[in-house]
Write a protein that binds this ligand. Structure first.
Ligand SMILES: C[S@@+](CC[C@H](N)C(=O)[O-])C[C@H]1O[C@@H](n2cnc3c(N)ncnc32)[C@H](O)[C@@H]1O
Length: 273
């Protein structure tokens, strides 16, 4: 199962070089890139950087905070929060190709002293108890069947009272998901739970939920706008297409349908450990 997930995300390999090439072709100097420039490719979740900043604003982050990003992908959310709050962020992700590229992109924007990545599985986090002040997970659990293990691990590595921020795609009431979608080309690696199941999972892991935000309507608008930009060939130098490939327009169209029909919902949770 894990192999299928990493194969889905790995693309053709050489991801950092491919991203660098696109920026160079667009006349951009790699050394002058900002985290905002990278956001069209490295904030790999619905509503991108804005959603990361919304979550970060509720995580009580300080410049001495140690933060864990579970399922960190190309590292956009980790860099965004490290830059905004001066905190240290450790990202962990199953896909080695993403971890390697995440390290490279972090170097480009000068954040390597505060943001690091390692390959690993969210269901078996390689960190000691009470290691982190805060943790987040954005759009990663949709690929993970054993969500109880993910949240139990998050609880274990967080200090008592630490904040756990979760932002995920959930199963909606409108019916089965249309595939392909950005996290899965077919159902075998897609494991969505309903909002009710999510509350049970988080509370069973020992978290107290202090804030819930259902952003489904905003997500629908975000995907409608993305689909329209692609249809009009108005795209930035680098997009998710660099690892998702030619399926991206079909995935975006399906996401508009999935969100419009409420086959999926996007919901964030702020929890206290
Ligand atoms: C849609 S991407 C989101 C990446 C990142 N959180 C972001 O928002 O930009 C999902 C990520 O979850 C990772 N992932 C899936 N299953 C995982 C697991 N069992 N442990 C750690 N990471 C996992 C994938 O490798 C992928 O990088």
């Amino acid at each position: 199962m894990n192999d299928q997930v990493t194969a889905h995300y790995s693309g053709g390999g050489g991801l950092a070089e491919a991203i660098a090439g696109r920026f160079k072709d667009a006349g951009r100097d790699l050394g002058a890139l900002t985290t905002t420039d990278l956001a069209t490719v490295d904030e790999f979740h619905i509503r991108g950087r804005a959603a990361t900043l919304e979550l970060g604003a509720r995580m009580r982050l300080r410049d001495d905070s140690q933060v864990l990003d579970i399922g960190s992908g190309l590292g956009g959310p980790a860099r965004t929060l490290a830059e905004r709050y001066g905190c240290h962020v450790t990202g962990i992700d199953l896909t080695a190709a993403f971890c390697d590229a995440a390290e490279a992109l972090t170097g480009w924007v000068g954040l390597a002293d505060r943001v690091t990545f390692r390959q690993g599985d969210a269901t078996d986090l390689p960190f000691e108890k009470d290691r982190f002040d805060a943790a987040m997970t954005i759009h990663a659990a949709m690929n993970i069947a054993a969500k109880d293990k993910v949240y139990a691990n998050a609880k274990r590595v967080l200090k008592p009272g630490g904040v756990f921020a979760v932002y995920d795609v959930l199963q909606g009431e409108g019916g089965d998901v249309f595939f392909p979608v950005p996290w899965a080309r077919e159902p075998s690696i897609s494991h969505l739970v309903t909002p009710e199941e999510m509350v049970t999972l988080l509370t069973d892991a020992g978290f107290k939920i202090s804030h819930v935000h259902d952003s489904t309507e905003e997500s629908q608008v975000w995907f409608e706008e993305m689909f329209e930009r692609m249809a009009n060939a108005v795209t930035p130098p680098v997009t998710f297409k660099i690892f998702l490939g030619e399926d991206l327009p079909v995935m975006a169209r399906n996401q508009v349908r999935n969100l419009t029909d409420r086959r999926i919902r996007t919901v964030s949770y702020i929890c206290e450990a």
